[in-house]
Design a protein around this ligand. Sequence first.
Ligand SMILES: [Mg+2]
Length: 409
Amino acid sequence: MIAEKFDVFLFDLDGVVYVGDEPLPDAVDSVTRLYEMDKELRFLTNDPRPTRRAVASDLREMGINAQEDEIVTSGWATAQYLSQQDVTTTAVVGSEGLKTELQTAGIEITDTDPEAMVVGANEETTYRDIRRATRHIDRGAAFVGTNPDGSFPTPDGPAPGAGAIVRAVEAAAGTEPTVVGKPEPLMFEMAIDGLSANMSAVVIGDNPATDVLGAHHAGHTGILVADEEPTATSARDRQEPELTISTLADLFTEEIEPWESPPYSWPDQIRPGVAAVVTTDSDEVLLLKRADTEQWALPTGSVERCEPVQEAISREVMEETGIRIQVEELTGVYSRPEQQVFSYPSGKTVHFITNCFRCTIEAGTAEADKEEALEVGFFGVNDLPSDILPMQPQWIADAIDMSGPCAIR
Ligand SMILES: [Mg+2]
């Protein structure tokens, strides 16, 4: 059973342990039983408003014997994050609880030249707060959002969450925030900080987009508490839980296959890309030495809005090398995430679906565009440089081997 399979249980609170002030059926008994089995328990909430102490006290009132250091709120995690970044002053849009956690971490709250601007809004947040935050960020304060939740459930329907105010500030300031709460891995890392690295952890939550995706980002198994199985968009969707249960009592009866992290990151975006194997009459291939990675590579790029792929590759080759090409045929479509998911220094991760074309030269002399390429050159297909992007010799081979159909890899 699940309860025996893991050492650490990371519980979401709202919708898993309680709704509002009321514990959910079987929650108190199930959590107590895990304590009796000497399991490590942590309770993680994206709600930035209460202190850890208040959450622990609420849990004890419900009959769960939780200690303050077993609670991770997005407000407390934000305070720890700022401390780690050596931030000593911050302005705040948010609750008294959030301010208490920041002050407890030794961070001074001020609206005079703050180093950071923490947005973790509450019911009192006003237009003036959004304006104040926008101005601090515009003057250079680091923009930190406690959590990304756009709304939270209430008996009357959804109410705006801190994420809605974070996005209002983002729109006004024109700056992207660092977001601390789930599904980012930070809260999960803090939750297991100090525990042995070989302990296995499971996350139990009611939100596929924050709890389950966050579990998988952090390398943990994810269990969804819901009445129905979620509908995932694909079998590789990381919001797909390993198991859906309707009550925490199922932890003592059900079995589960743990999550295994794939060898690629979860992309923020999926983008159509193009690549060109430009060949000469003497069977040489045009390569350029990329300015960003300083590796040899085929001319590549992204398809822009409304642009057919043939126009996209012709434009990219012209921009990067000054050569006008004739697009001959599609020779490969490359989409496997192991090769085609890239993370950039900006923090963004992109999955490229690259259409590769064999092309010939129509006009022009190869000359490197200094923004994109350090140099350009022609190489024999059996004499490629050793520092070429790892997957591209295969793309070149697929384009040169005209005997078969277009490669799909
Ligand atoms: Mg929840």
